[in-house]
Ligand binder design. Sequence first.
Ligand code: ADE
Length: 742
Amino acid sequence: MRVELYGCVWIDGLYSYSGPVGQTIGKPGAAIVYLNDSTYDGIQDSRRSHDGLGQLTDGVFGLDDFAQSHEYRVWPGYDYVGWNNDTFTGQYVELEFEFDQRRNFSTMKVHCNNLYTKSVKIFHRVQCSFKQQLVANWERELVGVTTVMDDKNPSARFVIVPLQQRLGKAIRCQFYFADRWMLFSEISFQSTVVDAGGANPLEHLHPFRREDTSQIPDAWSTPRLNAGIGLGSEPSPTSKLTFSNTLGPTLTHTASSLITLIIGSSPLPTISGHRDKADDSNASILIGCLVTIILLLLIIIVVILWRQHWKRILEKAPRRILEEDATMSPSLYNDTIVIGNQTQIFQTNPTYERVFPFDLEYQEPARLLRKLPELSQSAEDSACSGDYAEPDLTKTTPHQGFQSNVPHYAEADIVSLQGVTGNNTYAVPALTVDSLIKMELAVEEISRHQLHFKEKLGEGQFGEVHLCEAASLQPDFLFNTGHRPVLVAVKMLRSDATTNARNNFLKEMKIMSRLKDPNIIRLLGVCTRDDPLCMVTEYMENGDLNQFLCQRELENHFTLAKNIPSVSYRSLLHMMTQVASGMRYLSSLNVVHRDLATRNCLVGNCCTIKIADFGMSRNLYSGDYYRIQGRAVLPIRWMAWESILLGKFTTASDVWAFGVTMWEMFTFCKEQPYSLHSDEQIIENTGEFFRNQGRQIYLSQPTVSPKRIFDLMVSCWNRDIKDRPSFEQIHHFLQQQLINAA
Ligand code: ADE
């Protein structure tokens, strides 16, 4: 059997009290209030209780209405012990208190009821005598006070009786009735232990110590007490009374301003300036406990925060959840840049550092990074080394698709916008975002009436995507459709979207309107004049590449014979080459995709591929994102180590993702990358990539993939970004493979 005891060490030193048993108010048959000491643990006969402790020391202060109780389902009067004046010839109740050892008493606090309307009042006088030993006689010198009656305030209250630092092992007090009834709920003593030799170590400090009889006031001068009530009448059981340090007759209940005792006529030995040792030891134990608890809590909180902090940082990091405020960091506006003949001068390192600063916060993905003390500037160096794939200040954009007034993406910081329909906008140089606000949309405004809803293609947190027929839309890049209706995908922003989402949607339009490549999904038009805001993009009839491949097999005799939907190796290679081409285009603009994967590529006629970006808008792929606090945020299985650890997203990290995308394609999307590994293991593996000690796990070679192509994949996962191929090289290589496969 295991027994656990909870509680506090009883340091008051009170062993027992004894006194007349409590009585009852009311007659049998009527409502009776029981004022007996119901929890008394000593001996109780018909007249007296002795050798025990009970209601008067249970730490519970009775309510103003003595018939009520804090406790649930107890009888009326439960909290009080009370006596009737009629039954006491001397008109007082005598209580005796025995202590563990000799003590030096500073005060006695008596919690009394004062419901004068029911003939209950606090005692009007008390006198106490002391005994140095239990077997000794009571000393003749008494200490006491007379109180001032209060017929105005019926609140229960503490009456504090100064005990003038008298020494003793037992105290006997006579409490004189002021009315028919006297009800106490709690009595406590403030005392310090007198040392073994009988001398109180603090005594010499006290100006009125017991032995210094010249300064001791006559105990029977019984100073008058005004037991007044402050803001309330009921301090909490744990409240500690402290007294002001001012010498003089006024004692103030400073802890809670509950009671002010005004000592009347005669000077009272001050208890000010004389520290109450018992209170001190109580306090120090309490403070010690509290400090320990607080420290433990702090440690627990720190550990929890330590574990979760990086997650939150990661949550902030990916572009898809970047708040506009974060992406449009103030530093963005500090930059100046030279664009053509414009006057801005760009000075800073154009990496993601601004958006994901290389700071402790982001360097701290849980245990992993704690295991990576070496993750320091060297990590960033290796992640950033080489000018490959990073925005290059000196480079001019080779791409012709941008008009002359468009800033060179290569020259600016990269930031990203979260697509408000749940998809991302590609990460673009920071400056661009700034400029985009001023920039015109490079796409035509479409009248809503031109769009005829056909079906819903998808739904995200921020809006819906509909398949529509667009009448008389003749996009320049489409072959002449003879003004036949064109199928388009219409992304609509929810009508209740926030202003922030709305602004992002508009910026997303502006960026997309500038992207013109056969392998990037094209923005055909927009509806911005009225709500809902719409982006009209090309429609790809075969849906996304993941679904497309997942529903197909590698073409062979069997699939051909059985008419099983299949894709030839060559088509697969062709699709891969198109993805590489689209990415080559984006990289030429230093636009970083940050979520390249088969789920973000669309398949049209004849296995044409266009890169899009749906972000997390589709539940189908929520498992591909590492969930932080219940939200899908990071496509960690596609992410380069430096993106996870350092928050660095560059074209080189897109190359990493391209390697994973190739792997997906060669496995016909039948399996998630690292499907046997948990998200945590993926992050652990990221650390291994960083350490580069040969313990990192790579995706295995898909059976369909030739060795040389698998080698290309593996090169995309090189630790150092300078060792990863460029999209230009990848595209070229794949084209060669395509020719060879012909
Ligand atoms: N958005 C969702 N599905 C799409 C599709 N099939 N083509 C273009 N955009 C889309």
